[in-house]
Design a protein around this ligand. Structure first.
Ligand SMILES: [Fe+2]
Length: 292
């Protein structure tokens, strides 16, 4: 969902996406607003959201959710961060059916103020950051077609809800992600935007964390990928480096293949604290006079 990530808007993949989910005047209006967002009179981020038209999910869509859930949860129960696993319990993430966002939010919002908000498609980075800054997570509602069950190059509801949302139940991660959005909104410097995209990539999407001496996955790109989650923990070809915000921001990433470099947190406190420091620096930069 952020520029420069694996979240690309137009990609071809096997099978057909269930477009019935998105064929509505509401979705069309929301996506038109997204395209104008930031211009005078187009600053209401809530107009970029749509309803999750739950009746649009087919029996095949429900089966896809269950298959993906079952394939990944057993592995994650031993190899994912406890923060992810307890978050998944707290939001009542279930194999039974594609999660209704209203059910997720009924549990999530009282815990940390975060909500999962349905969007109709790709969001430019500024809109995405504006959502995060108000503790809204833009959420894809469609699910991958059965033919693409192993690999989808763009986010779907499995990536966004199964992969991302459980961490939003953790107060420390919740603070980090909002601060990230606020900081990213304050800068128009392309170099800083690039650094922020790298930070997002190596933490929110592909982060590892050490818990009780063992490395675990927490990034949603790993959590939602059976292939890469296993590879990230067991392959000798992955360079697992201790997290350091400056180094992360200086590390270019490549898309469309397994990540050769990953960063390992000591704790989510470490991530939140590093983000707070970075955010203060960005704010003071903005406040300082521009040299003539
Ligand atoms: Fe993602």
């Amino acid at each position: 969902m952020v520029d420069g990530s694996h979240h690309k808007s137009v990609q071809k993949f096997a099978g057909s996406l269930n477009h019935a989910m998105l064929e509505s005047n509401e979705a069309l209006a929301a996506q038109t607003y997204v395209n104008d967002f930031g211009k005078p009179g187009f600053q209401d981020v809530t107009r970029c959201y749509i309803q999750q038209r739950y009746e649009g999910y087919t029996p095949e869509n429900q089966e896809t959710w269950q298959t993906l859930f079952d394939r990944q949860m057993e592995f994650l129960s031993k190899n994912a961060s406890q923060t992810y696993l307890s978050g998944a319990k707290k939001i009542n993430l279930s194999r039974d059916r594609v999660p209704p966002l209203s059910d997720i939010n009924a549990r999530l919002k009282p815990m940390t103020g975060w909500q999962s908000r349905a969007v109709a498609g790709y969001l430019p980075s500024k809109v995405f950051f504006a959502c995060l800054a108000r503790r809204d997570f833009p959420t894809t509602v469609v699910i991958r077609p059965k033919e693409s069950i192993d690999y989808l190059p763009e986010p779907d509801i499995f990536h966004d809800v199964f992969g991302h949302v459980p961490l939003h139940a953790d107060p420390t991660f919740a603070d980090f992600l909002q601060t990230y959005g606020q900081a990213a909104l304050t800068t128009d410097d392309p170099a800083e935007t690039e650094r922020l995209a790298r930070l997002f990539w190596f933490t929110v999407e592909f982060g590892l964390i050490r818990e009780g001496g063992t490395v675990k996955v927490y990034g949603s790109g790993l959590i939602s990928s059976p292939g890469e989650s296993r590879h990230s923990l067991s392959s000798d070809s992955v360079d697992r480096r201790p997290f350091n915000l400056e180094q992360v921001c200086d590390t270019a990433f490549e898309i469309d293949h397994f990540q050769p470099i990953l960063y390992v947190l000591d704790s989510f406190d470490q991530l939140r604290d590093a983000m707070n420091t970075y955010s203060k620096r960005l704010l003071s930069k903005k406040g300082s006079p521009v040299p003539a």
